[in-house]
Design a protein around this ligand. Sequence first.
Ligand code: SAH
Ligand code: SF4
Length: 383
Amino acid sequence: MSATESVNVLGLDPAALQALVAQWGGKPFRARQLSQWVHQRGVDRFDDMSDLAKEFRAQLDAHCIVQAPPLNLEKRSADGTRKWLFDMGLGNAIETVFIPEDDRGTLCISSQAGCTVACPFCSTGYQGFSRNLTTAEIVGQLWYANRALRDDPQAARLNGPAEDAQRAVSNVVMMGMGEPLLNYDQVLGALRLMVDDHAYGLSRRRVTVSTSGVVPMIDRLARDCPVALAVSLHAPNDTLRDRLVPLNRKYPLAELLDACNRYLEVAPRDFITFEYIMLDGVNDADEQARELIEVARRVRCKFNLIPFNPFPQSGLKRSPTARIRLFAQQLTDAGLIVTVRKTRGDDIDAACGQLAGEVKDRTRINERLPDRARVVIRKKEHA
Ligand code: SAH
Ligand code: SF4
């Protein structure tokens, strides 16, 4: 087998890894040992996996690799946030962000290069869709971050001196670039590794899939690998949501809310997180908060209000802080649990597709189009 045909171990979910090892006559515990070396200790050279039998290591050397996507660029924010930009080939890049907090370290990872959903407030949506990431590329982001954070005193310290620095990442959120449930199979493989005790061993409550509302795939996720679910609501009715999250035309609110309720029957958390981006004069009025309260009565949920991160092509503005506060208050007064997302890593553009956007512009892979032409193209994609 040539190097180009090598199997990337990062892309094998627990069952696939066992099958590979079984092919060579290896017992399941061999697969578990290998998994621990790769995913928990971050080792990529089979020769360094000292308690694996010599012949097994030779087999691995001949047929396998452990390889994260190539790094393009890395940035560090003064507040400890770190961001990595990975090269996906053909001028595409995806991003991964680590956000340290007092009691946890959250890694935000990407599932696709670009996105087909094309929400008008999202710079990933503006880039169009390039391709799905493989399981190896999705898991590779976590694998790489864990290795990088081992040497980061800030990340290690924030997780407490007793905590092994390898565990700097305690939570994973699929809120980077792309719609995870439109790349279902590859994302599923990655989720299975994240929650596997012999790989990343994260609790299902600490792994969150964020979706714009791919109803049939919410049902499949409930069956295959229930983890915490965040739904990008952004609007309290179909008319507005059709505009803000174009996928709503296919899976309207009533269907989405029903899917949320079905999901809750098996979910590891007893609520769905509704994400709601705060757009000045678009979805932030008192009346819209009242409508939203009615929607919220239909599903056990918590709200995460996200101050919009502006970028020039969108033509949209962030709601003023006072408006966000009043909107949040209205929801809280109705008995809902609401958090307002803090903006982190602002100095390194660590929010939502911005850095990858810059790089694409520089590479000029997509010819710059006048704004109106872009809109026409985007409409066609969703026709
Ligand atoms: N496609 C999935 C997951 C990736 S987007 C989804 O839409 O849920 C993750 C979150 O980032 C979503 O809630 C999305 O609304 C938010 N987001 C996208 N663009 C943003 C921007 N410019 N400012 C703030 N949040 C943004
Ligand atoms: Fe895609 Fe999510 Fe961005 Fe919408 S918000 S375009 S679904 S990545």
